[in-house]
Design a protein around this ligand. Structure first.
Ligand code: SF4
Length: 508
């Protein structure tokens, strides 16, 4: 019989969540670096460089890899011979650990969890509750696997009830392009096969807790049908040419993990959940000896990347930029932005449009004329920071607001992550505006370009308030130009063709 104190569970969960907020798993760093070294698409290589530089900066500075510090998902295997010291439930212990981690003053994390999801959507302020899965198993220890899952990648989860005769790899190949780049590739695909609908989804999520080892699998050769499937899906996925951040390139997926379970003779449930550039998970075991200790990684494990975009980039003064100037920007061109921009995401957009529709007008004292709006919900600053990690959020969520916003506010450009949908692109083209893309998952690096930050409207919305940022040489890519040309359409198409041609040459 092992005695486990409530406090040991709480503090171990808190420590592990802090740890994964700034340390990428080393297998992930290695896999991204391999992708970086072999990447031939310049745009994708730039994105991978930023992800790696950001990763190292976060490990050094102990600040979050991404502004979205995730929803906490915990898998516990509780030994049946464990006894508890204290009277908290397992869920209460885990949630207290989450609270402690997310409110830690020295590395405050963003609270992203909302109560009443179909109603008032009110922030719980401490990122609780976690999503908790408990298994009772033989033994006298508690095994904990936890992750902080980003909303952008979680939003791309898919579940399908295939016919038993359908081809799973084909379904993944067809589904991946429909997911866009809001899941911040490159990352892993977690796939759950079998059971029932809810079991397949749970398996897909659990599969993502394993380390990246597809190269080892390829070297030794598949020994099972599932291992064959992993390799087949990986090859089909990367042949799509989606690339890092959807810009077109050689690596979209770093590994494919699959878990399966027996299923009904009439069924073939398949779930697919991607993990993003902010892959964050940790594992530890409690055996009654105290709080679990996670050893900090050696910083030498991070590659030294030198990335000087300066000579290839166009410098833009945001305080003087005009509609005529933005019309000359080319799709795929890199810009270094300096000057003032506004921020705003879902809730701010909704409120702005409500104010305009109700005749209330725009918030007093905020000038939108010829301004850019950056889709971001930053982490609060700590120590001497101007702002915490402040990477872009998924732009397609703002598509439905884009037409009235461009029409009624005087804004001429937007900055976000991943592609725009048809609604957004049509509005951009109609108004001669532009959409710029920053790298999702490089949030701490982006925050280094922000020299000043202040809230100018909607303070009650917390991280969703409208801020004014003053930036210096913030790197972005022109993702949709004034003519509506989108690099997220042209880039993957070019690279898909090129990969197919190279493959044909190899085969012949
Ligand atoms: S890397 Fe992208 S998907 Fe992942 S948490 Fe950050 S913004 Fe969200």
């Amino acid at each position: 019989m092992t005695l486990i104190c409530n406090e040991h569970v709480i503090q171990s969960v808190a420590d592990a969540l802090q740890y994964i907020s700034y340390y990428h798993p080393l297998d992930f760093v290695k896999a991204v670096n391999e992708a970086y070294e072999k990447e031939e698409s310049l745009a994708a290589k730039d994105a991978l460089a930023q992800i790696l530089i950001n990763s190292r900066l976060c490990a050094e500075g102990k600040r979050p890899i991404c502004q979205d510090t995730g929803i906490v998902v915990v898998f516990l295997k509780v030994g049946m011979n464990v006894q508890w010291e204290g009277d908290m439930t397992v869920a209460d212990m885990v949630n207290e650990g989450v609270r402690r981690a997310y409110l830690l003053p020295d590395n405050v994390l963003r609270a992203s969890i909302l109560d009443d999801p179909a109603g008032s959507r009110k922030n719980t302020k401490d990122n609780t509750p976690a999503v908790i899965h408990i298994d009772l198993v033989p033994g006298n220890t508690i095994e904990v696997r936890l992750a902080a899952k980003g909303g952008g990648s979680e939003n791309k989860a898919k579940l399908v009830m295939l016919n038993p005769s359908d081809n799973i790899a084909e379904w993944v190949e067809q589904t991946l392009p429909t997911m866009g780049a809001g899941w911040c590739p490159p990352g892993m695909l977690g796939i759950g096969i079998g059971g029932t609908a809810e079991k397949a989804v749970l398996l897909a999520k659990e599969a993502l807790m394993a380390p990246i080892d597809i190269h080892e699998l390829r070297q030794r050769g598949p020994a099972t049908k599932l291992e064959e499937l992993r390799l087949e899906i990986m090859d089909r996925a990367n042949a799509l040419g989606i690339g890092a951040q959807g810009l077109g390139g050689l690596t979209t997926v770093l590994d494919v993990k699959i878990l399966d379970y027996p299923t009904h003779a009439a069924s073939l449930p398949v779930a697919l959940i991607p993990n993003c550039a902010a892959t964050r998970h940790a594992h530890f075991t409690l055996d009654g000896s105290g709080v679990a200790e996670l050893t900090p990684p050696n910083l030498d494990a991070w590659p030294e990347i030198t990335w000087d975009i300066g000579p290839r980039a166009r410098k833009v003064n945001l305080d003087a930029v005009t509609p005529e100037e933005i019309a000359s920007w080319q799709p795929g061109e890199t810009l270094l932005l300096s000057g003032k921009m506004l921020t705003g995401r879902d809730a701010a957009h909704k409120r702005l449009l409500h104010m305009l529709d109700s005749g209330e007008g725009l918030p007093a004292g905020v000038d939108f004329k010829n301004k850019f709006i950056y889709y971001v919900g930053p982490v609060d600053p700590v120590r001497d920071e101007v702002i915490g990690p402040a990477g872009p959020t998924t732009a397609t969520r703002m598509d439905k607001y884009t037409e009235p916003l461009l029409e009624k506010t005087g804004i001429i450009g937007m900055i976000g992550k991943a592609e725009r949908g048809k609604l957004g692109i049509d509005a951009i083209k109609k108004h001669g505006a532009v959409y710029l893309m920053a790298v999702g998952g490089a949030a701490y690096l982006v925050s280094k370009a922000i020299r000043k930050a202040r809230i100018v409207a909607f303070e009650d919305l917390g991280m969703e308030a409208i801020h004014e940022f003053e930036v210096e040489e913030m790197p972005v890519t022109v993702a949709v130009d004034v003519n509506g040309t989108s690099v997220h359409e042209t880039g993957p198409a070019i690279w898909k063709k090129r990969i197919a041609e190279e493959h044909a040459l190899e085969v012949n």
